[in-house]
Ligand binder design. Structure first.
Ligand SMILES: CC(C)(COP(=O)(O)OP(=O)(O)OC[C@H]1O[C@@H](n2cnc3c(N)ncnc32)[C@H](O)[C@@H]1OP(=O)(O)O)[C@@H](O)C(=O)NCCC(=O)NCCS
Length: 328
Protein backbone atom coordinates (compact mmCIF):
# COMPACT_ATOMS: atom_id res chain seq x y z
CA UNK A 1 0.00 0.00 0.00
CA UNK A 2 1.36 3.40 -0.95
CA UNK A 3 0.73 6.41 1.25
CA UNK A 4 0.87 10.07 0.29
CA UNK A 5 2.12 12.90 2.48
CA UNK A 6 -0.62 15.25 3.71
CA UNK A 7 0.59 18.24 1.65
CA UNK A 8 0.28 16.28 -1.56
CA UNK A 9 -3.40 15.32 -1.29
CA UNK A 10 -5.14 17.39 1.43
CA UNK A 11 -5.46 20.74 -0.46
CA UNK A 12 -7.26 19.01 -3.34
CA UNK A 13 -9.37 16.94 -0.89
CA UNK A 14 -10.48 20.16 0.87
CA UNK A 15 -11.35 21.80 -2.42
CA UNK A 16 -13.48 18.87 -3.60
CA UNK A 17 -15.07 18.63 -0.17
CA UNK A 18 -16.20 22.28 -0.49
CA UNK A 19 -17.72 21.61 -3.92
CA UNK A 20 -19.48 18.44 -2.78
CA UNK A 21 -20.84 20.08 0.35
CA UNK A 22 -22.57 22.78 -1.73
CA UNK A 23 -23.90 20.18 -4.14
CA UNK A 24 -25.28 17.94 -1.38
CA UNK A 25 -26.82 20.86 0.50
CA UNK A 26 -28.67 21.93 -2.63
CA UNK A 27 -30.37 18.52 -2.68
CA UNK A 28 -30.55 17.94 1.09
CA UNK A 29 -30.68 21.42 2.67
CA UNK A 30 -31.07 20.16 6.26
CA UNK A 31 -28.15 17.70 6.03
CA UNK A 32 -25.00 18.18 8.13
CA UNK A 33 -22.16 17.76 5.66
CA UNK A 34 -18.74 17.31 7.27
CA UNK A 35 -15.25 16.42 6.15
CA UNK A 36 -14.03 13.21 7.84
CA UNK A 37 -11.34 10.57 7.33
CA UNK A 38 -7.60 10.97 6.92
CA UNK A 39 -7.88 13.97 4.60
CA UNK A 40 -9.56 15.89 7.47
CA UNK A 41 -6.79 15.07 9.95
CA UNK A 42 -3.81 17.43 10.08
CA UNK A 43 -0.65 15.86 8.71
CA UNK A 44 -2.21 12.41 8.18
CA UNK A 45 -0.59 10.26 5.51
CA UNK A 46 -3.19 8.49 3.40
CA UNK A 47 -3.95 6.61 0.21
CA UNK A 48 -5.24 10.00 -0.90
CA UNK A 49 -9.01 9.74 -0.86
CA UNK A 50 -11.74 12.02 0.46
CA UNK A 51 -14.40 11.00 2.98
CA UNK A 52 -17.60 12.86 3.74
CA UNK A 53 -20.14 12.56 6.51
CA UNK A 54 -23.75 13.41 5.71
CA UNK A 55 -25.97 13.47 8.80
CA UNK A 56 -29.76 13.48 8.42
CA UNK A 57 -32.81 13.00 10.65
CA UNK A 58 -34.45 9.54 10.80
CA UNK A 59 -37.41 10.58 8.62
CA UNK A 60 -35.08 11.87 5.89
CA UNK A 61 -32.83 8.81 5.79
CA UNK A 62 -34.52 6.81 2.99
CA UNK A 63 -35.06 9.90 0.83
CA UNK A 64 -31.42 10.88 1.35
CA UNK A 65 -30.25 7.53 -0.08
CA UNK A 66 -32.08 8.31 -3.33
CA UNK A 67 -30.86 11.92 -3.31
CA UNK A 68 -27.22 10.87 -2.93
CA UNK A 69 -27.60 8.27 -5.68
CA UNK A 70 -29.00 10.99 -7.92
CA UNK A 71 -25.68 12.84 -7.47
CA UNK A 72 -23.82 9.89 -9.04
CA UNK A 73 -22.78 8.01 -5.88
CA UNK A 74 -23.28 4.24 -5.64
CA UNK A 75 -23.81 2.32 -2.42
CA UNK A 76 -20.74 0.38 -1.30
CA UNK A 77 -21.90 -3.21 -1.63
CA UNK A 78 -19.21 -4.86 0.50
CA UNK A 79 -19.36 -2.42 3.45
CA UNK A 80 -21.36 -2.66 6.67
CA UNK A 81 -24.77 -0.99 6.33
CA UNK A 82 -27.82 -0.75 8.58
CA UNK A 83 -30.83 1.51 9.15
CA UNK A 84 -28.63 4.31 10.53
CA UNK A 85 -25.62 4.04 8.20
CA UNK A 86 -25.32 3.78 4.44
CA UNK A 87 -21.87 4.05 2.82
CA UNK A 88 -21.45 5.30 -0.74
CA UNK A 89 -18.56 5.81 -3.11
CA UNK A 90 -17.81 7.62 -6.33
CA UNK A 91 -14.89 7.74 -8.73
CA UNK A 92 -16.25 10.69 -10.68
CA UNK A 93 -13.84 13.11 -8.95
CA UNK A 94 -10.07 13.66 -9.16
CA UNK A 95 -9.78 11.74 -5.85
CA UNK A 96 -11.74 8.61 -4.88
CA UNK A 97 -14.65 9.80 -2.72
CA UNK A 98 -16.36 7.86 0.09
CA UNK A 99 -19.56 9.18 1.65
CA UNK A 100 -21.15 7.96 4.89
CA UNK A 101 -24.84 8.74 5.19
CA UNK A 102 -25.53 8.71 8.93
CA UNK A 103 -28.69 9.10 10.98
CA UNK A 104 -28.25 12.06 13.34
CA UNK A 105 -27.39 11.05 16.93
CA UNK A 106 -26.68 7.43 15.97
CA UNK A 107 -23.49 5.67 17.07
CA UNK A 108 -21.96 6.62 13.69
CA UNK A 109 -21.48 10.19 14.86
CA UNK A 110 -18.21 8.58 15.98
CA UNK A 111 -16.71 9.43 12.56
CA UNK A 112 -16.70 13.06 13.74
CA UNK A 113 -15.49 12.16 17.23
CA UNK A 114 -12.50 10.32 15.78
CA UNK A 115 -11.56 13.24 13.52
CA UNK A 116 -11.81 15.74 16.37
CA UNK A 117 -9.80 13.62 18.81
CA UNK A 118 -7.08 13.16 16.24
CA UNK A 119 -6.90 16.84 15.35
CA UNK A 120 -6.62 17.72 19.03
CA UNK A 121 -3.71 15.37 19.77
CA UNK A 122 -0.36 15.40 17.95
CA UNK A 123 0.77 12.16 19.68
CA UNK A 124 -2.24 10.27 18.39
CA UNK A 125 -1.61 11.62 14.89
CA UNK A 126 1.94 10.42 14.88
CA UNK A 127 0.84 7.00 16.27
CA UNK A 128 -1.69 6.76 13.41
CA UNK A 129 0.88 7.67 10.78
CA UNK A 130 3.30 5.09 12.19
CA UNK A 131 0.60 2.44 12.03
CA UNK A 132 0.04 3.26 8.36
CA UNK A 133 3.73 3.34 7.61
CA UNK A 134 3.99 -0.22 8.98
CA UNK A 135 1.13 -1.33 6.73
CA UNK A 136 3.52 -2.28 3.94
CA UNK A 137 4.45 -5.32 6.09
CA UNK A 138 0.83 -6.33 6.65
CA UNK A 139 -1.73 -7.93 4.38
CA UNK A 140 -5.03 -6.12 3.72
CA UNK A 141 -6.92 -7.92 6.55
CA UNK A 142 -4.16 -7.38 9.09
CA UNK A 143 -3.97 -3.68 8.19
CA UNK A 144 -7.76 -3.23 8.44
CA UNK A 145 -7.85 -4.87 11.84
CA UNK A 146 -4.86 -2.86 13.17
CA UNK A 147 -6.57 0.30 11.93
CA UNK A 148 -9.95 -0.52 13.46
CA UNK A 149 -8.31 -1.45 16.80
CA UNK A 150 -6.59 1.93 16.78
CA UNK A 151 -9.83 3.80 15.99
CA UNK A 152 -11.69 1.93 18.73
CA UNK A 153 -8.99 2.65 21.27
CA UNK A 154 -9.05 6.37 20.38
CA UNK A 155 -12.83 6.50 20.67
CA UNK A 156 -13.00 4.59 23.93
CA UNK A 157 -10.86 7.07 25.87
CA UNK A 158 -11.58 10.66 26.70
CA UNK A 159 -8.16 12.28 26.98
CA UNK A 160 -7.58 14.03 30.30
CA UNK A 161 -6.27 17.52 29.51
CA UNK A 162 -5.73 18.76 33.06
CA UNK A 163 -6.81 18.19 36.64
CA UNK A 164 -7.71 20.46 39.53
CA UNK A 165 -8.11 19.55 43.21
CA UNK A 166 -11.73 18.56 42.59
CA UNK A 167 -12.19 18.10 38.85
CA UNK A 168 -10.75 16.47 35.77
CA UNK A 169 -10.95 18.26 32.44
CA UNK A 170 -11.46 15.82 29.59
CA UNK A 171 -11.70 16.31 25.85
CA UNK A 172 -15.28 15.69 24.76
CA UNK A 173 -16.50 14.48 21.39
CA UNK A 174 -19.94 14.30 19.79
CA UNK A 175 -20.23 10.87 21.41
CA UNK A 176 -20.80 12.92 24.59
CA UNK A 177 -23.65 14.96 23.10
CA UNK A 178 -26.26 13.45 25.48
CA UNK A 179 -24.15 14.43 28.51
CA UNK A 180 -23.87 18.03 27.29
CA UNK A 181 -27.63 18.19 26.62
CA UNK A 182 -28.20 17.02 30.20
CA UNK A 183 -25.77 19.60 31.61
CA UNK A 184 -27.35 22.39 29.55
CA UNK A 185 -30.77 21.43 30.89
CA UNK A 186 -29.52 21.94 34.43
CA UNK A 187 -28.23 25.37 33.29
CA UNK A 188 -31.49 26.52 31.66
CA UNK A 189 -31.19 29.75 33.74
CA UNK A 190 -28.22 30.78 31.59
CA UNK A 191 -29.86 29.85 28.25
CA UNK A 192 -33.08 31.67 29.17
CA UNK A 193 -31.02 34.72 30.06
CA UNK A 194 -28.98 34.58 26.83
CA UNK A 195 -31.53 33.35 24.27
CA UNK A 196 -34.89 33.93 25.90
CA UNK A 197 -35.68 30.23 25.40
CA UNK A 198 -34.57 27.03 27.18
CA UNK A 199 -31.56 25.13 25.75
CA UNK A 200 -32.11 22.89 22.73
CA UNK A 201 -30.02 20.22 21.04
CA UNK A 202 -28.42 22.87 18.80
CA UNK A 203 -26.88 24.60 21.83
CA UNK A 204 -25.18 21.35 22.82
CA UNK A 205 -24.07 20.57 19.27
CA UNK A 206 -22.51 24.00 18.93
CA UNK A 207 -19.58 23.11 21.16
CA UNK A 208 -18.64 20.26 18.79
CA UNK A 209 -18.99 22.28 15.61
CA UNK A 210 -15.77 22.55 13.71
CA UNK A 211 -14.37 25.80 12.48
CA UNK A 212 -14.53 26.03 8.67
CA UNK A 213 -11.14 24.56 7.84
CA UNK A 214 -8.50 22.66 9.73
CA UNK A 215 -5.94 24.07 7.30
CA UNK A 216 -5.76 27.34 9.22
CA UNK A 217 -4.51 25.45 12.29
CA UNK A 218 -7.61 26.32 14.34
CA UNK A 219 -8.73 23.41 16.48
CA UNK A 220 -11.90 23.19 18.48
CA UNK A 221 -11.39 21.87 22.00
CA UNK A 222 -14.70 20.99 23.65
CA UNK A 223 -13.56 20.44 27.24
CA UNK A 224 -15.77 18.68 29.78
CA UNK A 225 -15.33 19.37 33.50
CA UNK A 226 -16.00 16.17 35.43
CA UNK A 227 -16.61 15.74 39.14
CA UNK A 228 -16.12 11.99 39.69
CA UNK A 229 -17.87 10.62 36.61
CA UNK A 230 -20.40 13.44 36.31
CA UNK A 231 -20.18 16.22 33.72
CA UNK A 232 -20.61 19.45 35.70
CA UNK A 233 -19.22 22.04 33.32
CA UNK A 234 -17.88 22.81 29.86
CA UNK A 235 -15.24 25.05 28.38
CA UNK A 236 -15.61 25.58 24.65
CA UNK A 237 -12.22 26.62 23.32
CA UNK A 238 -10.69 27.46 19.95
CA UNK A 239 -7.01 26.68 20.00
CA UNK A 240 -4.99 28.77 17.54
CA UNK A 241 -7.51 31.57 16.94
CA UNK A 242 -6.11 34.28 14.60
CA UNK A 243 -2.56 33.14 15.47
CA UNK A 244 -1.23 29.84 16.81
CA UNK A 245 -0.57 31.21 20.28
CA UNK A 246 -4.01 32.81 20.74
CA UNK A 247 -6.83 30.77 22.20
CA UNK A 248 -10.44 31.85 22.25
CA UNK A 249 -12.75 30.82 25.09
CA UNK A 250 -16.13 30.62 23.37
CA UNK A 251 -18.01 29.63 26.46
CA UNK A 252 -17.56 28.55 30.07
CA UNK A 253 -20.45 27.05 31.95
CA UNK A 254 -20.77 25.38 35.33
CA UNK A 255 -23.83 23.61 36.73
CA UNK A 256 -25.59 26.04 39.13
CA UNK A 257 -24.76 24.04 42.28
CA UNK A 258 -21.03 24.43 41.48
CA UNK A 259 -21.05 28.22 40.96
CA UNK A 260 -20.05 30.95 43.41
CA UNK A 261 -17.60 28.84 45.45
CA UNK A 262 -14.35 29.68 43.71
CA UNK A 263 -14.52 26.55 41.54
CA UNK A 264 -14.60 28.46 38.23
CA UNK A 265 -11.43 30.22 39.37
CA UNK A 266 -9.81 26.89 40.30
CA UNK A 267 -10.65 25.44 36.85
CA UNK A 268 -9.48 28.56 35.02
CA UNK A 269 -6.14 28.57 36.87
CA UNK A 270 -5.36 25.01 35.79
CA UNK A 271 -6.62 25.71 32.29
CA UNK A 272 -4.13 28.60 32.04
CA UNK A 273 -1.30 26.29 33.10
CA UNK A 274 -2.37 23.68 30.53
CA UNK A 275 -2.74 26.24 27.73
CA UNK A 276 0.66 27.78 28.47
CA UNK A 277 2.32 24.40 28.29
CA UNK A 278 0.58 23.87 24.93
CA UNK A 279 2.00 27.16 23.58
CA UNK A 280 -0.77 29.67 24.29
CA UNK A 281 0.32 33.26 24.96
CA UNK A 282 -3.01 35.03 24.97
CA UNK A 283 -6.64 34.23 25.77
CA UNK A 284 -9.55 36.07 24.18
CA UNK A 285 -13.23 35.84 24.95
CA UNK A 286 -16.50 37.69 24.50
CA UNK A 287 -18.99 38.42 27.27
CA UNK A 288 -22.61 39.49 26.96
CA UNK A 289 -22.81 43.06 28.23
CA UNK A 290 -25.77 42.11 30.39
CA UNK A 291 -23.88 39.25 32.07
CA UNK A 292 -22.51 41.18 35.01
CA UNK A 293 -21.53 38.17 37.11
CA UNK A 294 -19.46 36.79 34.24
CA UNK A 295 -17.83 40.16 33.62
CA UNK A 296 -16.80 40.36 37.30
CA UNK A 297 -15.48 36.81 37.09
CA UNK A 298 -13.24 37.51 34.06
CA UNK A 299 -12.04 40.87 35.39
CA UNK A 300 -11.08 39.29 38.71
CA UNK A 301 -9.06 36.66 36.85
CA UNK A 302 -7.03 39.42 35.18
CA UNK A 303 -8.76 39.93 31.83
CA UNK A 304 -9.21 43.40 30.40
CA UNK A 305 -11.70 44.73 27.90
CA UNK A 306 -10.38 45.49 24.41
CA UNK A 307 -13.45 46.04 22.26
CA UNK A 308 -17.22 46.53 22.22
CA UNK A 309 -19.41 44.90 19.60
CA UNK A 310 -22.83 46.20 18.56
CA UNK A 311 -25.86 44.21 19.69
CA UNK A 312 -26.59 40.97 17.87
CA UNK A 313 -29.29 38.36 18.01
CA UNK A 314 -29.09 35.40 20.42
CA UNK A 315 -32.23 33.29 20.07
CA UNK A 316 -34.93 35.91 20.56
CA UNK A 317 -32.77 38.30 22.59
CA UNK A 318 -30.46 41.10 21.49
CA UNK A 319 -27.17 41.44 23.34
CA UNK A 320 -24.22 43.78 23.08
CA UNK A 321 -20.91 41.98 23.46
CA UNK A 322 -17.53 42.98 24.80
CA UNK A 323 -14.26 41.30 23.92
CA UNK A 324 -11.71 40.65 26.68
CA UNK A 325 -8.11 39.53 26.60
CA UNK A 326 -5.52 38.19 28.99
CA UNK A 327 -1.83 37.74 28.24
CA UNK A 328 -0.53 34.50 29.72
C1 LIG B 1 -19.10 32.28 34.99
C2 LIG B 1 -18.81 31.00 35.76
C3 LIG B 1 -18.15 29.98 34.83
C4 LIG B 1 -17.86 31.36 36.92
O1 LIG B 1 -17.61 30.22 37.71
P1 LIG B 1 -17.79 30.28 39.32
O2 LIG B 1 -17.33 29.01 39.88
O3 LIG B 1 -19.17 30.69 39.63
O4 LIG B 1 -16.77 31.44 39.69
P2 LIG B 1 -16.15 31.77 41.12
O5 LIG B 1 -16.86 31.01 42.16
O6 LIG B 1 -14.71 31.60 41.03
O7 LIG B 1 -16.55 33.30 41.24
C5 LIG B 1 -17.93 33.70 41.26
C6 LIG B 1 -18.30 34.44 42.54
O8 LIG B 1 -18.17 33.60 43.68
C7 LIG B 1 -17.36 34.26 44.66
N1 LIG B 1 -16.59 33.25 45.40
C8 LIG B 1 -15.41 32.79 45.04
N2 LIG B 1 -14.98 31.90 45.95
C9 LIG B 1 -15.92 31.79 46.88
C10 LIG B 1 -16.07 31.01 48.03
N3 LIG B 1 -15.13 30.15 48.42
N4 LIG B 1 -17.20 31.14 48.73
C11 LIG B 1 -18.16 32.00 48.34
N5 LIG B 1 -18.08 32.77 47.23
C12 LIG B 1 -16.97 32.64 46.52
C13 LIG B 1 -16.47 35.13 43.86
O9 LIG B 1 -15.93 36.18 44.64
C14 LIG B 1 -17.41 35.63 42.83
O10 LIG B 1 -18.18 36.64 43.41
P3 LIG B 1 -18.87 37.81 42.59
O11 LIG B 1 -20.08 37.23 41.96
O12 LIG B 1 -19.17 38.84 43.59
O13 LIG B 1 -17.87 38.25 41.57
C15 LIG B 1 -20.09 30.37 36.36
O14 LIG B 1 -20.64 31.24 37.32
C16 LIG B 1 -21.15 30.05 35.32
O15 LIG B 1 -21.17 28.97 34.77
N6 LIG B 1 -22.08 31.01 35.06
C17 LIG B 1 -23.14 30.82 34.08
C18 LIG B 1 -22.61 30.82 32.65
C19 LIG B 1 -21.87 32.08 32.28
O16 LIG B 1 -22.31 33.18 32.54
N7 LIG B 1 -20.71 31.87 31.64
C20 LIG B 1 -19.82 32.94 31.20
C21 LIG B 1 -20.02 33.17 29.75
S1 LIG B 1 -18.85 34.34 29.15
Amino acid sequence: MKFLEAESYQPLAREIFGQLRSLIQQTLPAARVEHIGSSSIQGAISKGDLDLFVGVEAEEFQGAIAAIESLGFRTKAESFRNETLCPFESDAYPLPVGLQLVMNRSEFECFLGFRDRMNADADLRSEYNQLKARASNLNEDEYRSAKSNFIESVLSRRPVLFKTARFTAQLLSVADLALVIQLNNTCSDFFLFQNGVPPGEGDAREIFEQVPSASTGVIKLPIGIFSSERLVGVLDVLRGYRTNSEWYIGFMLLAPSFRGQGLGTEIHNEFVRYARSAGAHRFLLAVLEANEAARRFWLRLGYSKIKDYPPRQFGNRLHGLAEYEMNL
